[in-house]
Ligand binder design. Structure first.
Ligand code: FES
Length: 357
């Protein structure tokens, strides 16, 4: 039996169909005109949507419903940011205790993407042309007539997808695709408020005692040995504090003892106590903790990208990508003989500001 006979059996020639309309003629004529038609392929069997315009309309409404549902889910995603507090925990079986915001975001974003995919699949399976074609492999360089054929096939594909005629699908699909990226806009909220001048200040203030980070005891000048780094934090900061990590990331301090006559920078000498100098431990490149000290040269090295600072010369950068010296903290001794700060850093610590003035 020829393919034409098969097609005629499935699709009576006298019946005008949605499929015909999509192909600009009968399905049989389309198949016979197709230069890529392979006689070995089974004959095309029209779907119910090809022969019944009401069924095609039903499919169109289903696809539109899915795209509309996607839009609503995207609205729900955005609304979730407004409705749910990020700290609110709810119990959801079988997930257990989970952030209500994360759950709502996951469900709504998942639904929005799923509905776009499901709508596209349903559209392709029920309304786009399903005529099978065969094509031989060709040389990579396409002949001009093949390129022309590709362009014409592209135009045919656009026509067969009926995107021009199915205005409801087209509108809702573009709506769904346009709205999904809006989900990313609300994520900007998670960047948090601007830091304003918070990065300019640390917990150091005049009279705050230096606490040895190893022993948790107030530091005295005699505790700072020659040749080694001593790390300190401001009094009142406990490791159990909620804000400990945030605050120590700004206030971490390192001290070294240098012979006063070896200190080249005059301000550094004035801000030191008996040759003990205190510098921010936060590298001015991208914020790693500086930690390797070389006693002979008074150089301190950041292990991340090898920025090297000369602690005997105002922590000047002598090597590496850091753009600024480490900020120095002015220190003295209180009535109990403990090292204390004589103020906050006078410039921002770490890499957050590039123009320190
Ligand atoms: S963070 Fe210190 S050199 Fe890069």
């Amino acid at each position: 039996m020829s393919s034409q006979e098969n097609s005629e059996e499935n699709l009576p020639a006298e019946q005008g169909t949605a499929h015909d309309a999509a192909h600009g003629g009968t399905a049989v004529a389309q198949r016979d005109e197709n230069p890529f038609a392979d006689p070995g392929l089974p004959a095309h069997k029209p779907r119910v949507q090809d022969i019944d315009e009401r069924a095609a309309k039903r499919s169109e409404r289903t696809v539109a419903f899915l795209f509309t549902l996607s839009m609503l889910a995207t609205v729900g995603f955005i609304a979730s940011f407004v409705i749910f507090d990020v700290k609110k925990i709810v119990y959801i079986w079988p997930l257990g205790h989970i952030s209500a915001l994360n759950f709502a975001l996951g469900v709504t974003l998942g639904l929005a993407l799923f509905c776009i995919g499901a709508g596209a699949v349903h559209w392709a399976r029920t309304l786009m042309s399903d005529v099978e074609v065969a094509d031989d492999r060709h040389a990579i360089e396409a002949a001009p007539e093949v390129k022309a054929k590709v362009l014409s096939d592209f135009a045919d594909g656009a026509r067969e997808s009926a995107i021009g005629r199915r205005g409801l699908i087209r509108t809702t699909m573009f709506g769904a695709l346009a709205m999904v990226p809006l989900s990313g806009v609300v994520l900007l909220r998670e960047l948090g408020p601007l830091p304003e001048d918070k990065l300019r200040h640390t917990l150091w203030a005049r009279g705050k005692t230096l606490i040895n980070m190893n022993t948790n005891e107030p530091l005295r000048p005699e505790d700072v040995a020659v040749g080694s780094l001593t790390f300190a934090m401001p009094e009142g900061l406990e490791e159990s504090d909620h804000e400990f990590n945030t605050e120590i990331a700004k206030a971490a301090l390192m001290l070294v003892r240098i012979q006063p006559e070896d200190i080249k920078d005059r301000r550094e000498l004035e801000w030191s106590h008996e040759g003990i100098v205190a510098y921010s431990k936060i590298c001015t490149h991208v914020g790693c903790p500086v930690s390797l000290y070389e006693q002979q040269t008074h150089h301190v090295l950041c292990p991340c990208h090898q920025s090297t600072f000369d602690l005997s010369d105002g922590a000047r950068v002598i090597f590496g990508p850091a753009g600024h010296p480490l900020p120095q903290l002015r220190i003295g001794v209180n009535a109990q003989g403990e090292l204390e700060a004589l103020g906050d850093f006078e410039e921002p610590v770490g890499p957050a500001f590039w123009e320190r003035g």
